[in-house]
Design a protein around this ligand. Structure first.
Ligand code: NDP
Length: 450
């Protein structure tokens, strides 16, 4: 089969799943030359098998809100591939969650986890539950109801979920408590746990820190660094907060943050007490980003509904880090980034740039890293949390951070060498897809048709 045959195959089997088709198409285009060079992998239908979840669980979640009314949500777990280890990947609670979104995330997770070099397969799950505006007790009741079904399908050697959009430390706590009660066991079944009950130092910081370590590696490969560079960051959740923190620590200037209502531009840089305010606003008070602008007297722009582009990406800068959600940067945004001087785009979110946007970056020589490589620090540190749980030990902050830095450098170098080996030097997207595929394909080949 050639690339267009694989594409028709995916479209025909997943006709109503646009996000999954988008993620699959990117991989198919990168992998076809690998299959031409390795006809044994094509004959074993490795790619076709990777495009099909090993197991997809969909379930009803009933819970009772504060007014005594019964609410019904959908819960999912996509167990995509376990060739190199137990399923591993986050849980997302957001009204946009559906089977297509979770299959795209689970598919990307397989490649990402392979790149970390740790023994983790790929999975993803979540619910269309919207945590916004819910009381603390409603969040707890929902987490308990969700886990009452999920508990049957996960386990510390089987499938180890973590957080994602809408699932942070608070939700992991309620989910872990419910699992422990149902199964009557204290095991590392989730990552992102609190430090007192099996969590790892640096796990909350890991995705954002890892993203910026990766960007620093990209810059260093060209004899440059983040020092003094203006950086645009979108989002204001877990990934964005710690990306902003690490940009500042490495001498860059993070000038923006956003949420689904709008964005702020702080020319002096988001740092120090301003960053602490942002963390408190989003993690504890659960307020809107506009309050940051009101507090520190800087620019706020509401994101225009239905606009063909997001004006945030027109801000003058050297680097851009989309850290909110999928498809938040389209081709027009990419052109705007190019025009405003951006020379590096590092994905903190999963698939935040559309295929057309990525083409703009590649055509204009903008260094671009795909989320499956540059945001892998989160799951890598989850892997380190699993190792500590298995061993019954806790590593220091310095130990975990050193391991995270080494993993990000290794992923960076692996992407570059795989891209070069297949005639696409400097293309991190091709390199990430090829290196991730080859690792998983080797394991699947060895394990037979199962
Ligand atoms: P959080 O829930 O902590 O934060 C998400 C941020 O993105 C919020 O600022 C939110 O704004 C914004 N956002 C969410 N959905 C939309 C939307 N549809 N339109 C505009 N803004 C939106 O999530 P995380 O920081 O954990 O995750 C962000 C991204 O990073 C996701 O793509 C996730 O898959 C990816 N990721 C996360 C990892 C982790 O360890 N947490 C690991 C690897 C990748 P608002 O509050 O208004 O909704």
């Amino acid at each position: 089969m050639n690339a267009s045959d694989y594409l028709s195959y995916v479209k025909q089997r997943n006709a109503h799943e646009p996000e999954f088709i988008q993620a699959a198409e990117e991989v198919i285009l990168s992998i076809t030359p690998v299959l031409e060079k390795n006809p044994d992998l094509a004959k074993l239908k490795i790619l076709e098998r990777m495009l099909e979840p090993e197991r997809l669980i969909s379930f009803r979640v009933n819970w009772v809100d504060d007014r005594g009314e019964i609410q019904i949500n959908r819960g999912y777990r996509v167990q995509m591939n376990s060739a190199i280890g137990p399923y591993k990947g986050g849980l997302r609670f957001h009204p946009s969650v559906n089977q297509s979104v979770l299959k795209f995330l689970a598919f990307e997770q397989v490649f990402k986890n392979a790149l970390t070099t740790l023994p983790m397969g790929g999975g993803k799950g979540g619910s269309d539950f919207d945590p916004k505006g819910k009381s603390e007790l409603e969040i707890m009741r929902f987490c308990q109801a969700f886990m009452s079904e999920l508990a049957r399908h996960i386990g510390h050697r089987l499938d180890v979920p973590a957080g994602d959009i809408g699932v942070g430390g608070r939700e992991i706590g309620y989910l872990f408590g419910a699992y422990k009660k149902i199964r009557n066991e204290f095991t590392g079944v989730l990552t992102g746990k609190g430090l007192a009950w099996g969590g790892s130092l640096i796990r909350p910081e890991a995705t954002g820190y890892g993203l910026i370590y990766f960007a620093e590696n990209m810059l260093q490969s060209k004899g440059d660094s983040l020092q003094g560079k203006r950086c645009i960051v979108s989002g204001s959740g877990n990934v964005a907060q710690f990306a902003i923190e690490k940009i500042d620590q490495l001498g860059g200037i993070a000038i923006s943050a956003s949420d689904s209502s709008g964005y702020v531009i702080d020319e002096a840089g988001i740092r120090g007490e301003k960053l602490e305010f942002l963390k408190d606003l989003k993690n504890n008070r659960r307020g809107r980003i506009k309050e940051y602008a009101d507090q520190f007297k800087c620019e706020y722009h509401a994101t225009p509904a239905g606009s063909a582009f997001n004006p945030l990406w027109k801000t003058r800068a050297a680097c851009a880090f989309p850290c909110a959600t999928q498809n938040e940067v389209n081709a027009t945004d990419a052109q705007n980034l190019h025009a405003s001087g951006v020379r590096l785009v590092g994905e903190g979110a999963n698939m935040p740039c559309t295929p057309e946007a990525i083409n703009v970056f590649l055509d204009n020589g903008i260094a671009y890293s795909p989320g499956k490589a540059s945001n892998a620090g989160g799951v890598a540190t989850s892997g380190l949390e699993m190792s500590q749980n298995y061993m019954g030990q806790s590593w220091t902050r310095e130990e975990v951070d050193a391991k995270l830095q080494a993993i990000m450098k290794n992923i960076h170098d692996t992407c570059l060498s795989a891209a070069a080996a297949y005639g696409q030097p400097g293309n991190y997207m091709a390199g990430a897809n090829i290196a991730g595929f080859l690792k998983v394909a080797g394991a699947m080949k060895a394990q037979g048709v199962v």
